[in-house]
Design a protein around this ligand. Structure first.
Ligand SMILES: NC(=O)c1ccc[n+]([C@@H]2O[C@H](COP(=O)([O-])OP(=O)(O)OC[C@H]3O[C@@H](n4cnc5c(N)ncnc54)[C@H](OP(=O)(O)O)[C@@H]3O)[C@@H](O)[C@H]2O)c1
Length: 188
């Protein structure tokens, strides 16, 4: 199983502002969907809260220290439904989240459901935020990194990312939604 990371940052490695993304870029959301579809996704509890629900076709594995989450996380009944139907899983450590992703991908390979059908490659996508990236970064082999060539205001940075640790496998630069975006695939 490959552990990959899928992140968007500005020129200064900024990724978040007040619990949300600092930008609204529909084209980037489409790219995110394409890259993550069919893969289990690991995320921090704050990132899940900012999305609010599992995204279709991808199991959300949420890392939280709160043993009672989502029941006492201010969530509605829908979250229980997501737990019941397997779209939402909860892990108390990053390693436990990786183990869940491994089980889902193994189920897929043996034809018992699970995630991972889009690429044929067993890949789990870590989708942030900064806290979870810090835990995941040493184990990540591939990074789908979108760099916005602009500077935004915010409060959360991808400080665990060191460009020198990575080599560029591919890069596509486009101008969309008024910004220049560089879609990079980086590998160790
Ligand atoms: N630009 C992007 O690509 C991108 C992607 C994702 C998120 N974001 C942004 O990033 C911000 C959120 O990032 P963040 O770093 O503040 O939060 P985060 O990583 O999404 O979640 C942090 C939470 O994860 C849990 N956690 C952290 N370390 C843990 C550990 N060692 N063991 C168990 N649980 C642990 C804790 O949950 P509990 O408090 O429940 O215990 C902690 O509060 C938001 O602004 C979001 O919009 C941007």
């Amino acid at each position: 199983m490959i552990i990959s990371m899928v992140m968007v940052m500005d020129r200064n490695r900024l990724i978040g502002s007040n619990g949300k993304m600092p930008w609204h870029l529909p084209a980037e959301l489409k790219y995110f969907k394409k890259v993550t579809m069919g893969k289990p996704m690991i995320m921090g509890r704050k990132t899940y809260d900012s999305i609010g629900r599992p995204l279709p076709g991808r199991t959300s594995i949420v890392v939280t220290r709160n043993q009672s989450w989502p029941a006492d996380g201010g969530h509605n009944e829908a979250q229980q439904q997501y737990l019941d139907n397997g779209q939402l899983r909860v892990a108390s450590t990053f390693d436990a989240a990786v183990a869940i992703a491994g089980e889902l991908l193994a189920e897929k390979q043996t034809g018992q459901g699970g995630d991972g059908e889009s690429t044929g490659e067993a890949e789990v996508a870590v989708i942030g935020g900064a806290d979870i990236c810090k835990l995941a970064m040493p184990l990540c082999k591939r990074l789908y990194l979108t760099v916005i060539d602009a500077e935004f205001e915010g409060d959360t940075w991808l400080t665990s990312f060191e460009r020198d640790d990575w080599s560029l496998a591919s890069e596509t630069t486009v101008t969309v939604d008024g910004y220049s975006l560089s879609y990079q695939v980086l590998e160790r």
